[in-house]
Design a protein around this ligand. Structure first.
Ligand SMILES: CCCCC/C=C\C/C=C\C/C=C\C/C=C\CCCC(=O)SCCNC(=O)CCNC(=O)[C@H](O)C(C)(C)COP(=O)(O)OP(=O)(O)OC[C@H]1O[C@@H](n2cnc3c(N)ncnc32)[C@H](O)[C@@H]1OP(=O)(O)O
Length: 334
């Protein structure tokens, strides 16, 4: 198995058992001590290398029947045990020792989409319903984007057999927290609005007192929400694309949580739950392309994307390099 030297403790442990399997090392149970069952009898739970298991249990096998009862049985009446089933570890090809090949492919979808959208916007943006801010998909789905991402994530999570749902909830909470601080509230105005104001942005409103009623005045709104509330125009600063942020952030979160299911290529992949996740991912991708074509400047889209990759990069790429941090937030599994 191709395995980069810099793989994580979790991966190493899981991969070791795969090596055993590849080498045909099957444990002969009749030779082992009766008090140390080598394979589960009634139900065996197999978790992938990326499970929520702590590093010590990363081989992913949980004995659910009473091992003590089993140990009391005389050796000769032990039921035949199946060979030790290795976790469904999939070959991991590491790129630069940091990300797996699949993680990298997923990661690259979004800057490529923004680049293609921006290119189309320069060459010849086609007239389209999706160029309207009021289009149904924008108003109903993207403007409530974290809500739909949450629902879809729950649909995905509910059918998993992972041992520690709390770790899954921690990862969801961290993703939600980053979205919340960036777009909704950060001890006052959210981060994206603070960047806008910090780079010289202001809220302009028409002053009806003037003769033409058109003269613009600066309103003291400190957030885009407040500015919209007074029918003002939020202009002048670096207006990070909230759509690029949200669509990238939500998509990477869903992809990386789903990846073990995809790589396992088992029955979970064919479930309706997985299809629902793919439908939302397709919609988020399409809306990102539309943002790329019709909205914002190129730099605003890039900064939106950069902020959108931040949390997923930390949680799914950097954290797995540390055994201690992995214990805290777990890692996606099946
Ligand atoms: C074992 C099983 C365990 C399972 C459980 C596991 C875990 C779960 C644990 C706990 C969960 C428990 C309970 C959870 C239940 C429910 C919780 C739900 C929580 C929620 O979740 S509740 C929040 C819902 N709340 C949202 O979800 C809001 C999302 N929303 C935003 O965060 C912003 O809205 C954002 C970022 C989108 C900002 O956006 P922005 O619009 O202000 O700014 P941007 O710069 O992007 O755009 C400038 C102008 O360009 C236009 N524009 C750009 N691109 C366009 C395009 N493509 N098409 C058309 N127009 C476009 C824009 O429309 C705009 O136009 P205009 O200014 O006119 O509006």
């Amino acid at each position: 198995m191709p395995q980069n030297a810099s793989s994580t403790p979790l991966q190493e442990s899981a991969d070791q058992s795969t090596v055993q399997e590849a080498q045909g090392t099957v444990v002969d149970n009749s030779q082992t001590e009766p008090t140390e069952p080598t394979a589960p009898t009634t139900r065996e739970r197999v978790a992938g290398p990326d499970t929520d298991a702590t590093p010590n249990s990363s081989i992913g096998i949980v004995f659910e029947d009473s091992e003590i009862d089993r140990a009391l049985l005389p050796v000769h009446i032990h039921p035949p045990t199946p060979p030790l089933t290795p976790p469904p570890a999939y070959p991991r090809r590491y790129v630069g020792g940091l990300v797996t090949f699949e993680q990298l492919c997923i990661f690259l979808i979004y800057p490529t989409t923004i680049a293609i959208g921006s290119l189309i916007s320069i060459v010849s943006p086609p007239e389209s319903y999706f160029g309207l801010r009021t289009n149904f998909f924008n108003v109903f789905f993207v403007k409530n984007g974290w809500f739909w991402t949450t629902i879809t994530f729950m649909v995905h999570s509910i059918r998993l057999r992972i041992s520690k749902p709390s770790k899954l909830a921690i990862r969801y909470t961290l993703a939600t927290l980053w979205w919340f601080l960036f777009t909704q509230w950060f001890f006052g105005a959210p981060i994206m609005d603070r960047v806008f104001i910090g780079t010289g942005g202001k809220c302009f409103v028409n002053d009806p007192e003037t003769e033409s009623g058109q003269e613009r005045q600066v309103h003291d709104s400190w957030s885009s929400f407040g500015c919209r509330h007074v029918n003002g125009e939020w202009a002048g600063g670096h207006d990070i694309s909230g759509h690029c942020f949200l669509l990238t952030h939500a998509s990477l979160f869903l992809w990386y949580e789903l990846l073990p299911v995809i790589m396992e290529r088992g029955p979970l992949l064919r479930q309706i739950n997985t299809k629902i996740v793919f439908v939302l991912l397709a919609l988020w991708w399409w809306m990102l392309l539309m943002t790329g074509i019709y909205f914002h400047t190129y730099t605003e889209k890039i900064t939106g994307w950069l902020c959108g990759i931040a949390e997923a990069t930390i949680i799914y790429i950097l954290v797995p390099k540390s055994r201690m941090l992995t214990t805290l937030v777990g890692a996606p599994g099946v």
